[in-house]
Design a protein around this ligand. Structure first.
Ligand SMILES: Cc1ncc(COP(=O)(O)O)c(C=O)c1O
Length: 433
């Protein structure tokens, strides 16, 4: 076993190995209302292991400086750490270093594409950027499954350019209606934006189908990979998508940083979104020229310590092995789905138990508001998310306004799931139903 980690590399995850791994996450070892905390809200944000916290602290203790500018040694060390982090995070998702742009989160990454395309539509970026320009008659297609971060930027882009925004509806179980997709995506489609894994249902999109459909019609693909990259092996090049977005805080790393993946030739041709210091080669009082990608998209002082910490989180996940992480979370997710299905008066949203689904599950409890469910679970030390999970259109399609979501990560045990199921089975009774 390596000294740095609690388990040897690529050790399969089970209750025993996870118990050891949990020593890296002291935050999990606390009492809430006199109960041992059960953290089932990693879909919203995950916890950071000590290795990641140490990496960020070490950066501040030994290297903190502005990157890409200073001529002094500390600045060189900081720049090296920053660019090494880019190599680590881009490698994790099958991308080249110049295909990964740091952003403040996945939301900013999705906005970056939309605003860059909007700028291209306004003539910024010249001839090479014309391929990204939208006009009246063009269409942007997304799905009813999306997080608001993959809906609103396209609404704004459509409003700015005169393009039309369309969406692919869902089947009854909440998965994408692929037959409908074939009719909605046409030669008018310029962008097809869709999620890899639903943050509400845990359903998994057939990316290959969507990419081939988009390519047949010459549309750009944008993948929201927020709920896939942290939990399963993902390679954007193999998936064949043009762009993808994901966030560090959902994969054992700090808040404040996310990333945009873009195929290099596209990033090179796209105009910038945010502008200012660091992203330029020449500025006069009337115009500016910018750096090659990805730096042209990174205006202003960068999130260096967060990038360094994110790279450490990637090393942590690679040490465990993403196949192992995926296998364990599938076990937890199925236990969750099966258990929920057996509780009277509780509806499991999305794919049924036994069908393909990830380690999260959302539910509707008949006659009890999700906020009441969440509060009752909290009094037993169980942390879940309640509300619309930034997916109001999806909830509307399901005929509800809100739901309760339990979402796992590699540090959860089957005991966590059982504590949740046990508490859930008592909710309706508690409210006199
Ligand atoms: C599917 C999905 N997309 C986008 C986001 C937005 O991520 P962030 O808030 O880190 O920008 C989230 C986070 O909840 C998500 O789950």
């Amino acid at each position: 076993m390596s000294e740095k980690y609690q388990v040897a590399a690529a050790t399969p995850l089970n209750n025993e190995t996870v118990e050891r791994i949990r020593q890296d996450f002291p935050i999990l070892n606390q009492q809430v209302f006199d109960h041992q905390l059960v953290y089932l809200d990693s879909g919203a944000t995950s916890q950071n292991p000590l290795q990641v916290l140490d990496a960020e602290r070490d950066y501040y203790l030994g290297k903190n400086s502005a990157v890409h500018r200073g001529a002094h040694s500390l600045a060189v060390d900081a720049t090296d750490a920053f660019e090494d982090a880019r190599a680590t995070v881009s490698g994790f998702v099958g991308a080249a270093e110049n295909e990964l742009v740091w952003t403040s989160n996945a939301t900013e990454a999705l906005n970056l594409i939309a605003y860059s395309f909007g700028n291209a539509s306004a003539g910024i970026g010249g001839e090479t950027a014309r391929q990204f320009a939208l006009e009246e008659g063009d269409e942007i297609v997304t799905t009813e499954l999306e997080h608001h971060a993959n809906i609103i930027p396209w609404q704004i882009l459509a409003a700015r350019t005169g393009a039309t925004l369309k969406h692919i509806p869902l089947l009854e179980n909440g998965t994408i209606d692929y037959d409908a997709a074939e009719k909605i995506v046409t030669d008018r489609t310029k962008i097809l934006a869709f999620t890899h894994v639903s943050n509400v249902l845990g359903s998994v999109t057939n990316v290959d189908f969507m990419v081939k459909l988009a390519q047949k019609h010459g549309a750009f693909t944008v993948l929201d990979a927020c709920q896939s990259v942290p939990h399963t092996p993902v390679n954007f090049e193999t998936l064949g998508v043009d762009f993808a977005a994901f966030s560090a805080h959902k994969m054992l790393a700090p808040t404040g940083i996310g990333a945009l993946y873009g195929r290099n030739e596209l990033l090179e041709a796209m105009p910038p979104f945010l502008t200012g210091g660091s992203m330029i080669t020449k500025v006069t009082m009337t115009e500016a020229q910018w750096m090659p990608a990805p730096i042209k998209f990174e205006a202003g002082t960068q999130r260096v310590s967060q990038a360094v910490a994110w790279a450490e989180a990637v090393r942590y996940l690679e040490h465990l092995g993403m196949e192992n992480v995926h296998a364990w979370e599938t076990t937890l997710g199925q236990r969750l789905a099966e258990g929920i299905s057996q509780i009277e008066g509780v509806r499991l949203l999305g794919p049924a138990a036994g069908e393909e689904r990830t380690g999260l599950a959302s539910i509707h409890v008949d006659g009890v508001h999700p906020h009441d469910v969440g509060q009752l679970l909290d009094t037993q030390g169980i942390a879940v998310r309640v509300g619309h999970h930034c997916a109001q259109p999806l909830h509307r399609a399901l005929g509800i306004t809100a739901s309760t979501r339990a979402s796992t990560y590699m540090y959860n045990t089957t005991d966590d799931i059982d504590r949740f199921l046990d508490a859930l089975s008592q909710v309706r009774n508690y409210f006199g139903l």
